[in-house]
Design a protein around this ligand. Sequence first.
Ligand SMILES: CC(C)(COP(=O)(O)OP(=O)(O)OC[C@H]1O[C@@H](n2cnc3c(N)ncnc32)[C@H](O)[C@@H]1OP(=O)(O)O)[C@@H](O)C(=O)NCCC(=O)NCCS
Length: 326
Amino acid sequence: MAANIDLKSISSVTEVLKNWTYLPYLQYFSGREQCAEAYLAQYKEITEDCLDDKGALLAVTKGNWFAGLRRIAGESESLNLKMARLEPLIFNETSFDIATIAQGAKFLREVLDRASDIQHVAAPVSSADTFSQLVLQECGFKLADTIVCHHIDLEKMADSPANKYVRQATPADVEAVAKIAERSFSDRRLSLNRFLCDPHFDAALVGKMYAKWTTAAILNNDCDANMVFDDGKIAGFYTFRLPHHRGADAKIGLAMAVLSAVDPDQARKGVFGSLQQAGCQWLKENGAKIVEVKTVLPNKPVNRVCQKMNSNVVFTYHTFHWARQA
Ligand SMILES: CC(C)(COP(=O)(O)OP(=O)(O)OC[C@H]1O[C@@H](n2cnc3c(N)ncnc32)[C@H](O)[C@@H]1OP(=O)(O)O)[C@@H](O)C(=O)NCCC(=O)NCCS
């Protein structure tokens, strides 16, 4: 391991990110430095000793290993569990052996000790980063899900005519949309979202959280576009965000497909496909260049629609979960 990283120096943190093998979105930047700077810009603050609820990243280093821990305030409140996200986790594997993996796990335990009130941690790691995956497992993390990240290039996407059943949501749609969200996201048979694959979460609370989230998306304009499929009755919804003003997405015109669900009674009739097509068209008309759609590996309809829209799978990652033993 090299000398310790100086966390007080932003250039020192940029340096460690710059050398991260799994630095996301690198293909869109002219160099690693620019990409690392954009990645870092998503965090309002990097701190060494405080995990606040305003989004600061608690950074812990050992040699050139780096772990960032961020409290997830809103979801913690909704799900009655104090949660954090471990990201980025940078080991940049130096030696693939059992002793080094054990050292990595010791380092991670120290990171978790820094936030002793945290009860649950989610850690996303590239599917290619098998070293970090072994370290996480050694430390007691368990595999929760595998995410596929699609990018749809809007500049190459052919314009599509308006679909007469798809429109922007209005406050009058809130009840129907929230009902679909609550039903879809509280039932493991309908959705394998990141909470329902972990028995530490209460499925009914998860459904209520998504219902509340969709309500806020429509009423408070938390998202830039909230599309509904309405053929006399709301059959599904899809929310989208234009490129954020911070971080990598602002630099590369990356918009996000945020949340979608279709009434289970209206499934397999092309509702989701129509919503995604209309949403992408709207994002294109509003200046976005790329749309990111993330879904769990077994979600056949979402992966299928993305493939039909000529998406590129730009990365895949596994999310590991850890829960503090009482
Ligand atoms: C995922 C979901 C939105 C799909 O909605 P949908 O309206 O049924 O999907 P579509 O009818 O547009 O189907 C899209 C494609 O997937 C195929 N498909 C749909 N369901 C499928 C299934 N269970 N297995 C295999 N293929 C399936 C369709 O045939 C279609 O392909 P085609 O155009 O080649 O015929 C819906 O099932 C849902 O709400 N699930 C729970 C919430 C969720 O997972 N949201 C997405 C989070 S990323």
